[in-house]
Design a protein around this ligand. Structure first.
Ligand code: NAD
Ligand code: TYD
Length: 375
């Protein structure tokens, strides 16, 4: 049995991870620490909130004392660190919170882990600090470059990727210097349920439903390597269970698409969906273009992102050979699942888009936080 502390467990990937873990390992204890920035949403974890082995703490990873308390009180042996500011465009508009959360916050977690696990000796021989990072730390690829491997040089280009690169270096240093048991995974672009609709794929799906423009930055020929979120979450499980201490693992979809092709593909799938389901036509009267089978007419070219990385691609051979990582969901199937999820969860994305999700505190959270002393 594992006692898990999950930072950022109310965000996109953290939520998927918490749901996965609680189903796969129902006897493990899962403690979520999340400060609920605009990207964190209590509704995401409402499904598990009343389970006796789930705890939610509304707090910041930069509060080292709080992290120490959680590690101690819950006898945590495994910390999985998702909490971050994660949107490149926001990092360009205002890097401060990226430096604070991604660098100082990771440092705070490392300090707390060293104190409790190494200095105080709790779970000294049986602990793991898993740091969830990104392929963006490696910078950008030319059209014919081989995909990023674990040996690729770090060359981050945005304040977001630079802050993630800095945090990766700190995690590595805590292993080399103090002997903290760390692993790092660097994953490519994820998509799937609970993805905040400021990112490309959920923005396009929900904008089609609202008959709003689908913004394409620059020429739309930038390439990303897309991975369905469930495959990423499973890969993290493999790294925790089978990964070597001190090692990094690249996780990718082997699935390179230009942004324009991704958007056109979603438009095509949404047109087909509406053509074959009269109920959808009734449910979304405002979705004029997709009702006519013309979602692609919403595509709008806008000015490019500053410092926009041209291409990402990941070589996952190490994870495949050493820990048995294998992508299960094809892009076609993953996009279909994702579209279906957004169509079935319009209360979720509408409340996110209009901001009302930030007011929502279901009763089970209030009760749980009082009972377990959470904040
Ligand atoms: P997200 O923005 O959806 O969620 C981040 C979560 O962290 C939110 O719940 C937020 O409230 C919480 N948080 C932010 N600052 C915090 C703080 N100071 N203290 C406590 N909680 C805080 O992000 P995501 O897309 O789920 O990404 C999760 C992790 O995975 C990040 O570290 C990101 O760099 C990494 N990653 C993301 C992708 C991707 O495609 N989304 C790909 C590779 C790696
Ligand atoms: P995004 O989902 O923000 O992820 P990241 O920047 O971490 O890769 O963007 C994916 C790609 O889509 C990226 O090349 C920027 C581009 N993009 C658009 O063209 N239009 C948009 O409205 C958004 C949000 C992104």
């Amino acid at each position: 049995m594992i006692n898990l502390l999950v930072t950022g467990g109310a965000g996109f990937i953290g939520t998927n991870f918490v749901h996965y873990w609680m189903e796969a390992y129902p006897n493990d204890k899962v403690v979520v620490l999340d400060t609920l920035t605009y990207a964190g949403n209590r509704a995401n974890i409402a499904l598990v909130a009343d389970k006796p082995n789930f705890y939610f703490y509304h707090g910041n990873i930069c509060e080292t004392g709080l992290v120490e308390r959680l590690l101690q009180e819950h006898k945590i042996d495994t910390l999985v660190h998702f909490a971050a500011e994660s949107h490149v465009d926001r990092s360009i508009a205002g890097p401060d919170t990226f430096i604070e959360t991604n660098i100082v916050g990771t440092y705070s977690l490392l300090k707390a882990a060293k104190k409790i696990w190494l200095d105080d000796g709790l779970n000294q021989n049986r602990h793991r600090f898993h740091h969830v990072s990104t392929d963006e730390v490696f910078g950008t690829l030319g059209p014919n470059d081989p995909p990023f491997s674990e040996g690729s040089s770090y060359a981050p280009n945005s304040p977001y990727s630079a802050s993630k690169a800095a945090s990766d270096h700190l995690v590595r240093a805590y292993h080399q210097t103090y002997g903290l048991n760390v692993t790092i995974s660097n994953c490519s672009n994820n998509y799937g349920p609970y993805h905040f609709p400021e990112k490309l794929i959920p923005l396009v799906i929900t904008n089609i439903l609202q008959n709003r423009p689908l913004p394409i930055y620059g020429d739309g020929q930038q390439i990303r390597d897309w991975l369905y979120v469930a495959d990423h979450v499973h890969a993290i499980d493999l790294v925790i269970k089978k990964g070597q201490i001190g090692e990094c693992y690249n996780i990718g979809g082997n699935n390179q698409w230009s942004n324009l092709d991704v958007v056109k593909f979603i438009c095509q799938r949404m047109n087909e969906k509406f053509a074959s389901d009269a109920h959808l036509v009734e449910k979304y009267p405002q979705a004029k273009k997709v009702r006519l089978g013309q979602a692609q007419d919403l595509i709008a070219y806008v000015s490019d992102r500053a410092g926009h990385d041209r291409r990402y691609a990941i070589d996952s051979i190490k994870a495949m050979c050493q820990i048995g990582f294998k992508q299960k969901v094809t892009f076609e199937a993953g996009i279909q699942k994702t579209i279906n999820w957004y169509l079935s969860n319009d209360t979720w994305w509408k409340s996110v888009k209009d901001g009302s999700y930030q007011e929502w505190t279901p009763a089970q959270f209030e009760a749980k936080q009082v009972n377990n002393g959470g904040r």
